[in-house]
Design a protein around this ligand. Structure first.
Ligand code: EPU
Length: 419
């Protein structure tokens, strides 16, 4: 297992480019299953999660041709042999559930391992299944697998009790071939949902309302394979914005989807950072002392849960008291114990973390617990006094393309120790 060794105390200065969005690529890959022929995706980042998904597509019998250097991925879904996602793949990446909708839509059957809980919460998929049942599918859970069968999905009115991102995506993917109109209410508003709708439309689907809480899909008979360039990753961009702000840095972020990062930008400005859109990117400058600000994670366009750990690291460096409330996942404070090892003063009370910013962190040996928590710890290590060593960084490789390479180009001192 690789480790990162970070010599801290650096200020980040320079230019960084943002890669394609992990959480957009995964549903776009799932969309490839809907068409007979070859889908080509470009601007695909080199990430472990995408490799895992690629393995699943090979397992199902797709032809998969990846050129990681060029950032292209071709998926030929003409001849599937297995409409199933096995436990071994789903347990490493729960977003594998995204193949359920398209498999049922095109082949009328699917068998997908039921994802278990994960480091950040229980994360049920009941709403994905409820939606398929509303469309007339028979859903059973047997031996740890979800089995879905249908003689043909029918349009339905589906109300989601909780706004769910992959749930909305899965049901959009399922509804494209259904007989009649499907209406998804309380749909997720996330930019990745809008991206998927745009891609499906390009394939010939009839979808209206993505980006609002009501999405309407009229079933069609056939879809064309897709050619699509993936949007930049708003969470990777947000992570570099925080990195610059908390190190008193001056970083120009290229391909930064600032329009999708308003809730984060507002908090960073309140904390004293400067954010300006320039030709070629977004410049983020940091100022010390960092001001403490409160935040509460919410579905888009609210403050993203995927930025919570990074902002907590920054608030530990602030002067003053801040409260961070996590409303999306019940167990997404695993980084707190690690930040405390760096001298942070953080108390957790249910869904609230109370951070007494001390204006400093000190390097320590740490353990990464999940993807975004790891990113928070890396940023903490870059700004802290002394050496930080982070183990179990495979979490980080799931969702950040060469994060230490990009940070080092900005002046950080991070070594990857391979084991
Ligand atoms: N929920 C249910 N029932 C369901 C589905 C969701 O109760 O059937 C609940 C969840 O337990 C949670 C809330 O709804 O409390 C929202 O979860 P959501 O389904 O939106 O999360 P997700 O689709 O599993 C995606 C991202 C996550 C990101 C969340 C929230 C992908 C592949 N994953 O997960 O990304 O945190 O939305 O924005 O798009 C990450 O990239 O590190 C990551 C975890």
């Amino acid at each position: 297992m690789d480790r990162l060794v970070i010599e801290g105390g650096t200020r980040l200065v320079g230019t960084v480019g943002i890669s394609g969005a992990k959480n957009a690529v995964l549903p776009l890959m799932a969309a490839a299953l809907l068409a007979d022929g070859s889908t080509t995706l470009t601007n695909v980042p080199r990430l472990k999660d995408i490799e895992t998904f690629t393995d699943l597509f090979s397992h199902m019998g797709c032809g998969v041709f990846a050129d990681p250097e060029a950032g292209t991925l071709r998926i030929n879904a003409s001849r599937l042999t297995r409409m199933e996602a096995p436990y071994d793949l789903v347990k490493t990446m729960r977003a594998s559930i995204l193949v359920l909708g398209p498999l049922v839509a095109r082949f009328k059957t699917a068998r997908v391992s039921l994802p278990g809980g994960c480091a950040i919460g229980a994360r049920p998929v009941n709403l994905h299944l409820m939606g398929l049942e509303k469309m007339g599918a028979d859903v059973a859970i047997e031996h740890g697998y979800i089995t879905v069968k249908t003689s043909g999905l029918k349009g339905a009115r589906i109300y989601l009790d909780t706004s769910t991102v992959t749930g909305t995506e899965n049901l959009m993917l399922a509804a494209v071939y259904a007989d009649g109109e499907t209406v998804i209410e309380n749909a997720a508003l996330e930019p990745e949902v809008v991206e998927l709708a745009q891609a499906l439309k390009k394939m010939g689907a009839a979808i209206e309302g993505a980006g609002t809480d009501t999405i309407r899909i009229s079933g069609v008979k056939e879809l064309r394979p897709l050619e699509y360039s993936v949007m930049p990753d708003r969470i990777e961009a947000g992570t570099f914005m925080v990195a610059s702000a908390m190190t008193r840095g001056n970083v120009l972020i290229k391909n930064c989807p600032l329009a999708n990062l308003e809730s984060l930008s507002t908090k960073l400005v309140d904390a004293g950072a400067g954010i300006t859109a320039e030709e070629g990117g977004v410049r983020v400058t940091g100022n010390w002392p960092i001001k403490s600000v409160d935040m509460k994670t919410c579905p888009y366009p609210g403050f993203p849960t995927d930025m919570q750990a990074q902002m907590m690291a920054m608030m530990a460096m602030a002067s003053g008291l801040s409260v961070i409330t996590e409303t999306i996942f019940e167990n997404r404070f695993m980084h707190v114990a690690e930040l405390r090892r760096m001298g942070a003063d953080i108390t957790v009370d249910g869904r609230n973390a109370i951070i007494k910013g001390l204006g400093r962190l000190s390097g320590a040996p740490l353990m990464a617990t999940d993807l975004r928590a790891s990113a928070g710890l890396v940023l903490a290590g870059v700004v802290a006094d002394g050496t930080t060593e982070i183990s179990r960084i495979y979490h980080l490789d799931r969702g950040y393309e060469g994060i230490e390479v990009k940070l080092n180009r900005l002046g950080a001192n991070i070594k990857r120790i391979k084991e």
